[in-house]
Design a protein around this ligand. Sequence first.
Ligand code: AMP
Length: 118
Amino acid sequence: MGSDMADKTLFEKIADREIPADIVYEDDTCLAFRDINPQAPVHILVVPRKPIPSLDDLEMEDEILVGHLFIAAKQIAQQEGLTGGYRTVFNCGEDAVQTVPHIHLHLLGGRKLTWPPG
Ligand code: AMP
């Protein structure tokens, strides 16, 4: 195995079908799959193919990419029948308990969500 393989993030491995996931959407820029530890009846991660570690690493050139993730999330919410609403979240860094260093937009719905989050 070359170092490129070893350096892949967990979500790149899912994108490359090296790790199984329930993929619900994909296009040239991103893919989306069900969270393995769902916090709501619908809990999907929308992940860019580009392995940006965190929101802190975003560059101006990523402006369109980030907008694309929200457009994809909106389409997936419709696909999942989330007519009552939904929440989208990026966790960034230790205080937000980001655990996977490859940005991902959480799409949560299917129940009444509380606010503020814990
Ligand atoms: P965060 O804490 O914002 O970094 O979110 C990472 C999310 O990835 C968590 O909600 C995990 O449950 C989820 N996760 C970790 N491994 C997998 C996996 N193999 N397939 C799907 N979701 C995963």
